[in-house]
Design a binder for this molecule. Structure first.
Ligand code: PLP
Length: 437
């Protein structure tokens, strides 16, 4: 809670000076912020007026252990007081980065063993494309530079990550992107095979995919999809990269999303849940085989690294965050509550004809709406507004003609809190359905 006068002043300052990411610039400058959050506790956020809302998205799919974890703050303070920063370039190192790399190697699937740190998801993906291409240069096959991704995919906003993003509006937003990126239908392994044949297997560096597509509308691949993808990549010698930026660290009811499919990628990008958003951190885990080969083939310096790669404070926070995920069995909770969330969505669908589909894996779920003859536009934004009025924030995906509400509540959500979320959602869907009659 902040004083009324201060809140009004903050709103004006926000409108004038705070250029918001992923925002409607014009509207933002006119109306100012919808919420100025001042506090977070568990699954709840509190704004400047003391209004309490359920953070139905774990903010940006990332606050996996929930808000207000004092022990993460304490670890950050302790590490910052001891060693806030030192470089990881060349042969310099620090204890939290070493321990976190070893921990991630221990919990990552298969032989994913060597961790390259970044500050977030986009940097992780750009690192993966660049180092995949570097690998092929070292192998004497520099013509293997094409990167293939899936339609409806989202990989971030750096030039490389935007180029890989299958959602076309993100690419059309700017005039020129990185060359050599290609897209295949998001549900068809055959489409990948066809594209490889068409382009020539020896021109392709890597294929990248989210295990479950998040920002593109919560799309879950068929059960055999990634096994087929893995075998196609093996057949043509193409590197397989997974983007676990959302799906990593328990979100889908397994520690990493690809575990549902029983295959292991050559590189795995992560961010978000690794630190539950308490510090900016990301990275790429390389398979032992790939890391060994890079080591053997490389002669000079790896000309790639971020100032904050292996940031001591961020790594210390991530270590503690993973400890919490393990200690509180949050992966299991994600699985159990996730099944309840999906069944709640199914019930909402059964009771409302405007809902066309309910989807979910772990605590990652979506509700899709039928196009409505009487409606002026998509329904998801309307339901989202009704939900916000009732104390639940989530996200609408209306890109490429889709009309979907997506959810990813903190992995700590209890049975009762989940019922609260579902009951608000049900009321919001009800309100919109009634308004169309
Ligand atoms: N990859 C995926 C699958 C994401 O969902 C996101 C962000 O939502 C990113 C990459 C980009 O991560 P960041 O915003 O940390 O750069």
């Amino acid at each position: 809670m902040i004083k009324e006068k201060t809140a009004a002043e903050l709103k004006e300052l926000d409108k004038k000076h705070f250029f918001h990411p992923t925002s409607a610039i014009k509207q933002q400058r006119e109306s100012g912020p919808a919420f100025i959050f001042t506090e977070g506790k568990g699954i709840y956020l509190y704004d400047e007026n003391g209004t309490k809302v359920i953070d139905g998205m774990s903010s940006l799919w990332n606050v996996n252990v929930g808000h207000g974890r004092k022990e993460l703050g304490e670890v950050a303070m302790e590490q910052m007081s001891k060693l806030a920063f030192s470089s990881s370039f060349t042969s310099f190192s620090n204890e939290p980065a070493i321990r976190l790399a070893a921990k991630i190697a221990e919990i990552a699937p298969g032989d994913l063993n060597a961790v390259f740190f970044t500050s977030g998801g986009s940097e992780s993906n750009d690192t993966a494309y660049k180092l995949a291409r570097h690998y092929w240069v070292l192998k004497g096959q520099p013509q293997r530079r094409k990167i293939i991704s899936r339609t409806r995919s989202y990989h971030g906003v750096n030039v490389g990550a935007t180029s890989a993003t299958g959602l076309k509006p993100f690419r059309d937003f700017t005039s020129s992107l990185a060359p050599d990126f290609y897209y295949v239908d998001h549900m068809s392994p055959d489409a990948l095979r066809e594209l490889i044949k068409q382009e020539g297997p020896d021109t392709i560096a890597a294929f990248i995919s989210e295990p479950v597509q998040g920002a593109g509308g919560l799309h879950i691949a068929p059960e055999t999809y990634f096994q087929e993808i893995r075998s196609i990549c093996d057949e043509y010698g193409i590197l397989f990269i997974t983007d676990e930026v959302i799906t990593g660290f328990g979100r889908t009811g397994t520690l990493f999303g690809i575990e549902h499919y029983g295959v292991v990628p050559d590189m795995m990008c992560f961010a978000k849940g690794v630190s539950s958003g308490y510090a900016p951190l990301g990275g790429v885990v390389f398979s032992q085989a790939l890391y060994d080969e890079l080591g053997e083939l490389s002669t000079g310096t790896l000309l790639h690294g971020y100032t904050y790669s292996g940031h001591p404070m961020a790594c210390a926070v991530a270590l503690k965050n993973i400890e919490i995920i393990e200690r509180e069995q949050l992966v299991e909770n994600s699985k159990v509550r996730g099944a309840e969330m999906l069944s709640g969505f199914e019930q909402i669908k059964a009771a409302h004809s405007i809902v066309s589909e309910a989807r979910g894996l772990g605590l990652m779920g979506g509700l899709e709406f039928h196009p409505q003859p009487g409606a002026e536009g998509p329904l998801a934004p309307l339901v989202l507004a009704e939900a916000a009025k009732r104390g639940l924030i989530c996200r609408a995906v209306v890109l490429e003609g889709q009309d979907i509400l997506v959810f990813s509540p903190p992995l700590i959500i209890t049975k009762e809190e989940l019922q609260e979320l579902l009951s608000i959602l049900n009321a919001a869907v009800n309100e919109v359905e009634q308004s169309l009659q």
